[in-house]
Design a protein around this ligand. Structure first.
Ligand code: ADE
Length: 221
């Protein structure tokens, strides 16, 4: 998979994509991630990328030209263009599975007070990572990239994501490691029993209990 990210702040991505699982996925060529500063595409003599809003109002608005030209250069028939915006569809694990099947994603990070609404016309999807306002789409694009890259074949053990939270609309069961007792808190005896059927039943039940208590909305699905 190839992921192109359009931003005015390329440095923000340096640490995130050079650590841990994403770093390994890049080295092993499971994913190619390119960061583009769309200011480089501005035809303005001063490389301006924003202007005042028509009709008046606060702040500056990202202009169409640099983003249109950057997308135009990167886009192929296989591309899915995604705008990160708080008024997009709220991102869920299910969408991560769907996007992980794509060949090429172009993620556009908005910034400042907003962007010219005509930018939406070149986007296939608009995604929000939650009902809160970030200073820009950068963190949102990192979240989306991270959640997709870990699902790409060979990046992490397939079994790990079959059992994780949100699969089958259930939250993950609790896990423990050594020592068996820590500050008086004991690991549930069933996990030490060696009885795999009992362990499986226990985990399923704990998943359901946790989901009921924390996310009853998931069980309704
Ligand atoms: N840009 C600002 N806030 C955002 C959010 N919640 N999701 C995606 N992009 C954003």
């Amino acid at each position: 998979m190839k992921i192109d990210i359009l931003t005015l702040f390329p440095e923000m991505f340096e640490t995130i994509f050079s650590q841990s699982i994403i770093k390994r996925a890049i080295i092993e060529k499971k994913v190619e991630i390119n960061i583009h500063n769309f200011r480089d595409f501005s035809t303005d003599p001063h490389h301006k990328v924003d202007d005042t809003p028509y009709g008046g109002g606060r702040g500056m608005v990202l202009t169409c030209q640099p983003i249109f030209d950057c997308v135009e250069k990167l886009k192929t028939k296989e591309s899915k263009v995604i705008l990160l915006t708080p008024d997009g569809n709220v991102y869920k694990q299910q969408q991560a599975y769907e996007l992980a099947k794509e060949k090429h994603l172009i993620l556009i990070c908005g910034h400042y007070e907003g962007f010219d609404d005509r930018i939406r016309s070149i986007c296939d999807l608009e995604i929000s990572i939650g009902d809160y306002i970030l200073t820009g789409g950068e963190l949102a694009s990192m979240v989306i990239t991270d959640s997709i890259v870990r699902l790409l074949p060979g990046v992490i053990e397939e079994q790990s994501h079959q059992l994780e939270s949100f699969n089958n609309n259930l939250l993950d069961y609790p896990t423990y490691t050594k020592p068996r007792v820590f500050k008086g808190m004991e690991v549930p005896a069933v996990l030490l029993s060696g009885n795999h059927k009992k362990i499986e039943e226990y985990r399923k039940l704990e998943s359901i209990k946790k989901t009921k208590a924390r996310r009853p909305d998931l069980l309704e699905k």
